[in-house]
Write a protein that binds this ligand. Structure first.
Ligand SMILES: NC(=[NH2+])NCCC[C@H](N)C(=O)O
Ligand SMILES: [Mn+2]
Ligand SMILES: [Mn+2]
Length: 312
């Protein structure tokens, strides 16, 4: 393996947390993302890189019963999303506690409420690098869609009015420990939240202006100036241009190239500080079979780059 890992002890173990879950948004099929990623050979690919891979099947969220789950305000499936993400927080937290690196496969991005909560249980000083076309920082007050995959960051930061159902989410993430790369579709209410909370974000405008190398340096300088804090990387594949990752629920043109996306993962791997990784929003039921295969392959290769695959 190419890089030293400062927080993950030998033998370096990655724990796959497969999350077939779509309740944070309305499009069916995103729950099949993790199954496709594993079937594409992800586990063997990570073993090839020298990781010990733990995977004992995808989580079975069907056991989580939220049959009566009427909207709270306009939030859709609130009880289901709350219970599933709480279970994910426990699973990710338990892997992290054992010194393993949890790789969570989505599923929609509401899951990050769980994954980041889990990371912060073990590493209270962790920072979050969020790669996305969207900021996913709507609050109860600002969400227009009621889709909770557009809201997890506000819950983690503790901004917006509280929803009793989500009281398990502790606002442990500080605004200066969060940085975005790839943004290009931000709701008006979200823009105000980013400004009011001084949240650092590198949109596609900054990627164009400075180039991805400089953007990643600046992003890490902001959240991790001494390069000593654990990093949680949450990667929504819709950060990539739709020509690169077409099979996703909310594609937005003008996104990261294949190389820009992989460069981010490679640069974070080089720091040796990665402690958790999310690959989110792969939806194999959207687009034609070739596009699905392409998107799933990109999801796997992003994970490999973040876990140490190098070009040379
Ligand atoms: N994880 C995602 N793909 N999020 C898309 C969010 C879109 C929009 N901002 C919303 O709140 O509904
Ligand atoms: Mn997105
Ligand atoms: Mn997202």
């Amino acid at each position: 393996m190419a890089h030293n890992s400062k927080f993950i002890p030998e033998p370096r173990t990655v724990a796959i947390v497969g999350c077939p879950f779509s309740g944070g948004q309305p499009k069916l099929g995103v729950d099949q993302g993790p199954i496709h990623l594993v079937e594409a050979g992800l586990i063997g690919q990570l073993e090839e890189l020298g990781w010990k891979v733990k995977f004992d099947g995808h989580h079975q969220f069907e056991e989580i019963n939220a049959a009566a789950d009427p909207p709270i305000g306009i939030l859709k499936n609130p009880r289901l999303v709350s219970r599933v993400t709480e279970a994910v927080a426990k699973a990710v937290g338990a892997h992290a506690a054992q010194g393993e690196l949890p790789l969570t496969l989505g599923g929609d991005h509401s899951l990050a409420m769980g994954t980041i909560s889990g990371t912060l249980m073990k590493y209270s000083d962790a920072c979050v690098v969020w790669i996305d076309a969207h900021a996913d920082i709507n609050t109860v007050e600002t969400t227009g869609s009621g889709n909770i995959h557009g809201m997890p960051v506000s819950f983690l930061l503790g901004i917006g009015s509280k929803v009793e159902e989500f009281s398990w989410v502790k606002p442990l993430l500080k605004a200066d420990r969060l940085v975005y790369i790839g943004l290009r579709d931000i709701d008006a209410g979200e823009k105000k939240i980013l400004r009011d909370n001084n949240i650092k974000a590198f949109s596609m405008h900054e990627v164009d202006k400075y180039g991805i190398g400089k953007v990643v340096d600046m992003a890490l300088d902001h959240v991790n100036p001494n390069r000593d804090r654990p990093i949680h990387l949450s990667f929504d594949v819709d950060a990539l241009d739709p020509t690169v990752a077409p099979s996703t629920g909310t594609p937005v043109r003008g996104g990261l190239t294949f190389r820009e996306g992989h460069y981010i993962c490679e640069a974070i791997s080089e720091t040796g500080l990665l402690v958790a990784l999310d690959i989110m929003e792969v939806n194999p039921s959207l687009a034609d079979p070739a596009s699905v295969q392409q998107t799933v392959a990109v999801g796997c290769s992003l994970a490999r780059s973040a876990l140490g695959e190098t070009l040379l």
